[in-house]
Design a protein around this ligand. Structure first.
Ligand SMILES: C[S@@+](CC[C@H](N)C(=O)[O-])C[C@H]1O[C@@H](n2cnc3c(N)ncnc32)[C@H](O)[C@@H]1O
Length: 209
């Protein structure tokens, strides 16, 4: 993907040093580092929630995550390796305030997601929300779902999130990579794919097409 021609253009535009905000599992950072780019990652979700992030350093992500304060219920006190559970378990009650604090563009990006998604939701349409958390996507899409008598199925593999789900549609505890999808018109994965490893993302997107 990052061939020499592409990287030549990259360097011309972006230089050799990158700040990667919301770096997820660090896959893009790893790919860029392999091409000699210096990457500093910032990820508000604790590294320990994602056992597959060997590149992350405590100093980089703790700048923005302050885990002790933001994730008290998850029992995280410092860096990688302390937490076995990679899910958002214990985090549902603070998720909505946390995400707004950590991602200043959250509302703006959510509104943009809504404007894009509405183009693809027909009358009587079937919509999936992958990695739904407490229902942000369902809330943003509620007017269009209602106006078009469309139905939403919200998936999250964290039972706490589904218990706290407060939006339109049916919320289901399910792993988005294994779910038996029925035919649908639109699937939204908003701030969710970065929690899957790149091969799992590719496989999922191929299945959804
Ligand atoms: C940053 S939150 C998503 C935010 C949400 N879409 C919104 O608009 O606020 C990521 C969510 O994806 C869920 N998640 C991560 N991996 C998942 C998987 N394989 N299947 C289903 N949900 C997953 C997490 O439990 C978490 O609730």
């Amino acid at each position: 993907m990052l061939d020499d021609k592409f990287m030549g253009r990259w360097r011309q535009v972006f230089g050799d040093s990158v700040l990667d905000f919301d770096s997820g599992q660090g896959d893009e950072a790893r790919m860029l580092r392999a091409k000699g780019i210096r990457v500093t990652e910032f990820e508000p979700y604790p590294c320990a929630l994602r056992p597959t992030c060997p590149t992350r350093t405590e100093s980089a992500w703790s700048c923005v995550s302050r885990p002790g304060r933001l994730f008290p219920a998850a029992g995280i006190s410092s860096g990688a390796g302390l937490m076995q559970d990679r899910t958002f378990h214990g985090f549902a009650s603070t998720f909505d305030s946390h995400v707004r604090e950590q991602l200043p563009w959250y509302e703006l990006a959510s509104a943009a997601m809504g404007l894009i998604a509405r183009k693809y939701i027909p009358k009587g349409g079937k919509v999936y929300d992958l990695g739904a958390s407490t229902g942000n996507v369902g809330r943003v899409l509620a007017p269009v779902l209602e106006a078009r008598s469309a139905t939403l199925t919200a998936l999250d593999d964290c039972p706490d999130m589904i218990a706290a789900y407060a939006a339109s549609g049916r919320a289901v505890v399910a792993d988005m990579t294994r779910f038996a999808y029925k035919p649908f018109d639109t699937a939204v994965a908003f701030l969710a794919l970065m929690f899957l490893a790149v091969p799992a993302r590719r496989k999922l997107l191929a299945r959804l097409r």
